[in-house]
Design a protein around this ligand. Sequence first.
Ligand code: C2E
Ligand code: CA
Ligand code: CA
Length: 760
Amino acid sequence: MFYSLVSLLILLIVLMIVCVIVANRKVLKNRKRVVQLIWVAVITATCYTAFILTPADRYGLACFAGGLYFLATDWLVVYLMLFAAAYTKVSPPSKVPRRIIGLLAVIDSVSFVINAFTHHMFDLKAMTAPGWGIRYWDVRFTPLHYVHRFFVYSLVLYSLCIFFYRFVKSPSIYKSKYGSILLQVTAVVGINILCSAANLYYDYSVALYASLAISICYLALYASPRKLLEKIHSTIIGDSVIGLFAYDNNGNCVGVNRAAEDLFGAEEDIYAAAERFLADWMKEFQENTDNVIGSERTFDNKGNKVYIYATYQKFSDGKGRLLGSCIQFENRTEVVKKIKAQQYKATHDMLTGLLNRNAFEEEASEILAKASVPYCMVCSNIKDFKLVNELYGAEAGDRLLKAQAEMMRASAEEGSVSARIYADKFCTLLPKSSFDEKVFLDNMNRILSDCLETTFRLHYYIGVYDITDVNEPVWTMYDKAMLAIEAVQGNYDQFVCYYREELLQHIMKEKEVLGEFDRALEEGQFCMFLQPQIANDGRVVGAEALVRWLHPEKGMVSPGVFIPTLEKAGLIQKVDLYMWECAAKKLEEWKRGGREDLFISVNISRKDFFYLDVCEAFRTLQEKYDFDNKKLKLEITESALMENVREVLRTVDGLHELGYDIEIDDFGSGYSSLGMLKDINADILKIDMIFLQETKNVRRSGTILKNIISMSKELGMPVITEGVETREQMEFLTSAGCDMFQGYYFAKPMSVEDFERGYC
Ligand code: C2E
Ligand code: CA
Ligand code: CA
């Protein structure tokens, strides 16, 4: 019995020293306190062993060794308390109580040392156990010894309380960390109390202290942290936002976490789904020998597209044998959606959903780089689109743009790309063979009439550039198609224009005209020329006023060069107002000079009806100048009528009321000349020179002319034919019943001075 206890104690001392050596090798949490505790336990066990080994005749030494043992128990509980505080992270007693405890421990310790002489704490008596024949030291405690015990048990109780508090307060996974030590300390203290109470020959609880120290070392430094780590790991994996499928070495799914369940749908057999996922993965990455492989994938979860980033990881043992594997996946759906939305925003026009400028350039360049067939660039522009917004609101404008975009999307063919470049300017790059002008125009007309339920007729232009060099920058192609539009802008009878090299020159010229126009008007570079009009009896009855630009450098510029440009730019009315005033002034002058029989006919541009109150302009003139209204004849081309019937008819009525005669100019040059005649209440018909110029079909032209003349006679309208260049023409027209002539045969347009010299 005695020897087994001694052997056990020696064994435990050795074990404790081994523990310290092992613990010191690694950096472990709480190691310092644990090592301190073990050292004190080593000292305690050693002192006790020494004490019980002290022979019966060495009473003084036994007292000293016993005192050391009790002294050591003081420090054992002090260090237990310090360990408990460190381990549970409950702060140890504050400075003052700590000092008091230290002081008490020191007093107690000193007291035990002195006890060897004074025996005020305990006394010893060498005994032999009856029957057993065992020698032992019988310890007889003095009342003061119980003070020591009280001190010791108080500290133990304090430590237990700390552990208990932590045990109760901590979440379940932490309970065993504190619970295991709490249980062991309680058990050891309990046994110690029992041992004391049983008054045994030896204090067996010393062995338990030593075992406890070893156990604490194991629990505190190894077991609990590892267990805790495992629990934390499994909690992290279970609750992680990262989905996880775990597989054994045969590819059978052995674990699925919650995120994975959520992602793959809980009602389905998630294990089967996980195995399918791995099988698919293996098919793709069989060749890959890497331990970790990442890949982006998508799958369908009840109709929702899910984007994930999956990582496959293999686990092998030291010999390279596969232990298992896992697939982790991050749900990237939201991120991908966000990125896609951003990408969409960066490359699309938000209103119409078509590509934007930059994206168009990129895609068009890509298409052209691979193009094996001829391509063309088609641009469109709605005329006066700004007006739509102003008159019908931005919503109506948006509706129109969306409808056009929809039309372009619906008719998009393989290998084409469309975009909204800016405002109402759309652009499509497509194979030339896919572009059907008529279909495009029909679609455009349908959109315009569907979108705006109004009588206001929108006009649009389409510019087409047949691409000859695919290496040209996309924007050069676009500019060329837009240039084609610019060339026809302002024309109401033309919708489509194909880019030609001359257009560029033409546009340059136009720009030149417009650049010089204001100054020219200010400096009086425009002047009135007159071309005589002759009655069929040979008398000069009047003249047509034709504008001439007397350019300081270019000399005389004829109206064919600048009038269309000014009409397009909306500036023609300035010239016309000027010309009408010149004519009115001249008529007043002639009236005063006694030549009131001559008339002057002036031209009214179709654009004047847009930009001017024509009636008002003539009313002002007659207020300002004294002339006979009947002597100022007004020429309106039939194309002006066709464009803007209502407005022109209203103006014509107004002008009639003011007493003017209206001539229909260029009659026969348009498409619906006859139809128009029934609507307009004109006074004179001016037949276009086209019928005289026609050389191939002289007979047919003659027939038409004859019929026009006889028809106008029936309508009671005098007829004037312009462009008469030969005597034969004049004779033919006379025989057909034409009333008046104008043409080079009689005279070319001339300056007013020349006209007056010749005819007044
Ligand atoms: P228009 O009103 O049809 O004027 C007649 C044009 O025919 C004039 O050309 C005249 O010079 C030309 N002409 C006259 N007799 C003959 C002929 O026998 N043979 C040929 N080949 N041509 C003849 P011009 O002066 O060059 O004017 C061209 C057009 O410019 C005019 O056609 C008219 O539409 C416009 N224009 C001229 N002056 C004005 C103006 O003050 N205001 C407006 N709005 N337009 C004007
Ligand atoms: Ca005319
Ligand atoms: Ca004419």
